[in-house]
Design a protein around this ligand. Structure first.
Ligand code: G4P
Length: 526
């Protein structure tokens, strides 16, 4: 097998959006246009609908589906495309951030009526941290939306990225006629017929200057010519280098639900999206074309079957060839592991594979060896960086509610934290355990899973905290002075790093002002 050929034909990416933006719909349509599925609706929505907070069956159902749709791989035009799914619910945003550490590019979906929303902003910040190349798809053009020029400037301003429109909508809402590709100089007119299948009745029009255009889109023809001219004057030509550096985002318009603009997006994606890129470790940068295998775990699914302690660790291959039954070094444990039935994920099914290449995601059956961020190599001692932890927004003390089950509780909490469900801090003042999450739903998930998977009962105690920030300083004297004065608010995270638990924005601001040599981080990388 020619390793470099395999690497060059891989495209691993995630579709990201604010909830309800159309991520699930677009993902499905990409699979449909890519020929991986034949009728839309086959990929179930993995989102927990709002209001379903206490519906634990829904959470379990979602966990089941999200294993099936975690990675959707398919072959298209000679490329191996791997779409990594991200949870739809905001309370699971942390999971999405981690998944972004395993992709080589991303497609961000924007609702044409709503524009840039809070979650889109946060997700883009994560992409920016890693210079991930991003394309934007402005969705729901079949509904009344914002003016496309306004949307483009909003994207530039809010997402802090240069935008390059590659397609442009003709009309919007009730008058939506199709999209014009500024890149290919081609107008595609659509008719919304069978939304579940690929529509092959696309009318293509290559010369918008021709008076023929009026026949098709009537009064919109003049507007399109005017817009196209304006766009050419205002927006730079598409520069692939800027896109690959994460500095500029090509923008597409369409309607995922109606199959508008999806083909254009997919084809351009295949043409310009990057194959696996170098990845950073604590000792050096790993090039995907290196012969020896390296990879890291970015996601763990545990206990899907309560009768077996089964866990599936998702390994992103960063270099070399992964082989079934070959021994690899688990760097954190310093021990060799072999995998007899590694899984690959194709569209909706898992298959056991013999080999996998950079860009691929392999599912490894695990009996508790892995935690998020773990590195596998052929012997080299290094750890991949770039799996972010964000300062949680909600905090509660966790206590044992059943003295007979203290061990189970400790084990459950430990494993759920390895899985990345939430973050654990231990107060330096009294040794009490504090759980920090990004959303309220996680507390319920933890309580439910502790009980059902570990037979343990927990009790929550509210704690009024504003933020947890990781602290560091070259000024050792100032750091120890700070930790002494603030010992009531100090804690250790699960890696033993120092964390300051600020009671309020004011307390944080005061701390920052009084201790200028200390750096307060709201994100930590493992
Ligand atoms: P998400 O994964 O980003 O959360 O969004 P999802 O694809 O589930 O889409 C959210 C809602 O928006 C869905 O409606 C979906 O049908 C609709 N939608 C997606 N793309 C388009 C589009 O291009 N045009 C229009 N008009 N609507 C679109 P829902 O009513 O919440 O769900 P469902 O009952 O239709 O599944």
């Amino acid at each position: 097998m020619d390793l470099s050929k395999e690497i060059r034909r891989r495209r691993t990416f995630a579709v990201i959006a604010h909830p309800d933006g159309g991520k699930t719909t677009l993902t499905e349509k990409l699979l449909l246009f890519g020929g991986a599925i034949h009728v839309a609706g086959a990929v179930k929505s993995n989102k927990i609908k709002r209001g379903a907070t206490s519906d634990f069956m829904e959470i379990e159902r979602q966990r089941g589906i999200s294993v099936a749709t975690s990675v959707m791989g398919f072959e298209y035009r000679g490329l191996q495309i791997n779409i990594l799914d991200t949870p739809g619910h905001e309370d699971f945003a942390e999971d999405t951030y981690r998944t972004l550490s395993a992709v080589d590019s991303a497609i961000v979906v924007i609702d044409a009526a709503k524009g840039v929303e809070s979650q889109t902003r946060k997700l883009m910040n994560v992409c920016r941290m890693r210079n991930t190349p991003v394309m934007a798809f402005v969705n729901k053009c079949d509904r009344e939306g914002k003016d496309p020029f306004d949307l483009i400037s909003e994207l530039e301003k809010e997402l802090r990225i240069k935008t390059i429109p590659l397609t442009w909508p003709v009309g919007m809402g009730a008058t939506f006629k199709g999209v014009y590709s500024l890149y290919r100089k081609k107008l595609s007119l659509f008719s919304s017929q069978d939304k579940q299948r690929v529509d092959d009745k696309v009318v293509e029009f290559s010369d918008i200057a021709s008076p023929e255009l009026e026949r098709y889109i009537d009064r919109f023809a003049a507007k399109l010519r005017e817009d196209a001219e304006l766009l050419q004057g205002v927006y730079p030509l598409f520069d692939e280098t800027e896109y690959l550096a994460g500095d500029a985002a090509p923008v597409f318009f369409g309607s995922a639900l109606n199959n508008f603009g999806v083909q254009e997006l997919l084809d351009t994606f295949c043409e310009i999206a990057p194959c696996p890129r170098p990845t950073h470790t604590d000792t050096r940068t790993v090039d995907p074309f290196e012969e020896k295998l390296t990879g890291f775990v970015f996601k763990i699914h545990a206990n899907m079957d309560p009768n077996h302690r089964d866990r599936l660790a998702f390994l992103k291959i960063c270099s070399g060839t992964f082989e079934r039954n070959k021994a690899y070094l688990h760097v954190r444990h310093g021990k060799q592991l072999r995998f007899s039935s590694p899984n690959a994920f194709m569209a909706e099914k898992k298959t056991v594979i013999d080999a996998a290449y950079p860009g691929d995601i392999v599912g490894l059956h695990d009996t508790g060896n892995f935690k998020i961020g773990d590195t596998l190599t052929e012997g080299e001692k290094m750890n991949f960086k770039g799996i972010p932890s964000f300062s949680p927004e909600m905090f509660r003390y966790i206590d044992n509610a059943d003295p007979m089950k203290a061990k189970q509780l400790a084990k459950g909490v430990d494993q759920l934290m390895d899985e990345g469900v939430a973050q654990l801090f231990t107060s330096t003042l009294n040794g009490r355990k504090i759980i920090g999450t990004v959303g309220a739903l996680q507390f319920e998930v933890i309580e439910y899973r502790l009980e059902h998977e570990y037979g343990a009962k927990c009790r929550w105690e509210p704690i009024a905290l504003h933020k947890a920030c990781w602290i560091e300083s070259d000024n050792k004297a100032q750091l120890s002075d700070f930790m002494l004065r603030k010992h009531v608010n100090m804690a250790k995270d699960k890696h033993g790093r120092n964390v300051f638990l600020a009671d309020s924005p004011y307390a944080l601001q005061m701390a920052q002002e009084k201790f200028p040599d200390i750096k307060f981080y709201f994100t930590s990388e493992t």
